[in-house]
Design a protein around this ligand. Structure first.
Ligand SMILES: [Zn+2]
Length: 442
């Protein structure tokens, strides 16, 4: 019998709410936070007053000058260009003449970056990452991915990270968060949120469409803006067969329906699994090694995007595990051909690295892999700029192109990415949300 007196002592006044759940996620994501934030950044907002939208801060003006401005939308290059950033947006981008007024208004205090001989581009988009902490976010940013789509996190850390740019520019990419992976085995992720307790009953595998819809709705209620699920098991785990079916069209349809317009990204390998996912109306197929021509035709017709994560899948060939190494050798060429066929059939291919935690692949490496698979340099550039911006519905905010009043996310490259896609991995400057997060040009 319990001898403690539960009737005295402090009692929590209220049950756990959304903001408590997110505070927990923020704490999990925040390992190393105190060392990375500028001094006083947290103290600036009184704790007693909840942070309000619209109260964010913007870094000072930045002028990047002298480089060649590349527009992924048109493929146009403007030599000796100037980009002026201020108030968290692009004030001007173009020729010296086009930008003269904005340069004057930016004033003498503006940070000036001399980009002579370099190439100025919009910040990149990585359409498949698993960021769990600030350290991961910093690594993703350092390679130029200033916008990312999450492929899920274990305890909603991505949802917490999505709030960061508004209050601490340059600390995390613009995050389209997925929350928890809608997958049969939730494991300890169930503990991330009391609302998930009903799913813990009997520790059963989540396969009932009603349970899948419920988990999807909880994710959305917690702030997820995309939903990640699967048709097949993982290729990166030797014990799993990525060609088995996990969820069929009916199960995936329940998820798509419950997502209420939040785009569903669906991990899939087998032709059958992919066909079911496309028919269910997912927004994008992730990996997609054995996608067949019928599915590609349906994807083209329905506007389903394709995120091959080609660099990562091919890279399994270097694994120390013989099963994974064999998969990498077998899957790599098949997937490269699928990506090329998709592009030729009118499916929009987008770049995703599947970076997990601090194991971060530069997004430029994926774009280069797509270029080498036969997509060409401009399509490869678009796969990490305009194409995922369209997928995420943020073209109008200027993601993927440097346009006046668009987001102040910029990268500077050493070489011309229209001449070699390898240039996309040679990032010299990264500016995210108007803040200079990397500058190797001095
Ligand atoms: Zn993934």
């Amino acid at each position: 019998m319990c001898e403690h007196d539960h009737t005295s002592g402090p009692v929590p006044s209220r049950p756990l709410e959304r903001r408590h759940v997110l505070a927990g996620a923020a704490a999990l994501a925040g390992l190393g936070l105190s060392s990375m934030l500028p001094a006083g950044a947290l103290a600036a907002e009184p704790v007693s007053q909840p942070l309000q939208r619209g109260k964010g801060r913007h870094p000072g003006a930045v002028i990047i000058e002298g480089g060649t401005l590349i527009d992924p939308g048109t493929g146009h290059a403007t030599e000796d260009s100037v980009v002026v950033l201020g108030d968290g947006v692009v004030q001007a981008a173009g020729t010296r003449d086009d930008t003269r007024k904005a340069v004057r208004e930016a004033g003498a205090k503006a940070i000036r970056i001399n980009a002579h001989g370099k190439f100025i581009l919009p910040g990149f988009v990585d359409a498949h990452v698993h960021a769990q902490a600030f350290e991961d976010a910093a690594l993703i940013l350092s390679h130029g991915a200033t916008t990312v789509r999450s492929g899920s996190s274990s305890f909603y850390q991505d949802i917490a990270l999505a709030r960061v740019p508004h209050f601490a520019p340059g600390l995390a990419p613009r995050m389209h968060a997925a929350g928890l992976f809608v997958s049969p085995d939730q494991g300890d992720s169930i503990l991330a949120d009391p609302d998930l307790a009903p799913l813990a009953a009997e520790r059963r595998q989540l396969t009932d469409p009603k349970d899948l819809a419920y988990l999807t709705r909880v994710n959305i209620s917690r702030g997820a803006t995309v939903i990640k699920t699967r048709a097949n098991p993982r290729a990166g785990i030797p014990e799993q067969d990525p060609l088995e079916l996990v969820y069929d069209k009916e199960q995936l349809s329940a998820i798509v329906h419950a997502a209420k317009g939040a785009g569903v990204l669906c991990h899939g390998y087998s032709a059958k699994g992919i066909a079911g996912a496309v028919a269910a109306g997912v927004k994008s197929i992730e990996h997609g090694v054995f996608v067949d021509e019928q599915a590609l035709a349906n994807m083209a017709r329905r506007g389903t995007y394709f995120t091959p994560t080609l660099f990562g899948i091919t890279g399994m060939a270097n694994s120390g595990n013989p099963v994974l190494a064999e998969r990498g050798r077998e899957y790599g060429p098949v997937l490269a051909a699928a990506a090329r066929a998709a592009s030729e059939l009118g499916v929009t291919v987008i770049g995703g690295t599947d970076s997990f935690g601090t194991d971060v692949t530069p997004i430029g490496d994926e774009a280069n892999a797509l270029a080498e698979a036969g997509l060409g340099n401009l399509t490869a550039l678009r796969s990490i700029t305009t194409a995922p911006a369209r997928l995420l519905g943020v073209e109008g905010k200027g993601v993927g192109r440097l346009v006046r009043n668009g987001v102040a996310d910029v990268v500077v490259l050493n070489r011309n990415p229209l001449e070699t896609a390898k240039a996309l991995s040679e990032v010299r400057v990264v500016i995210a949300q108007g803040a200079v997060v990397r500058n190797d040009l001095g």
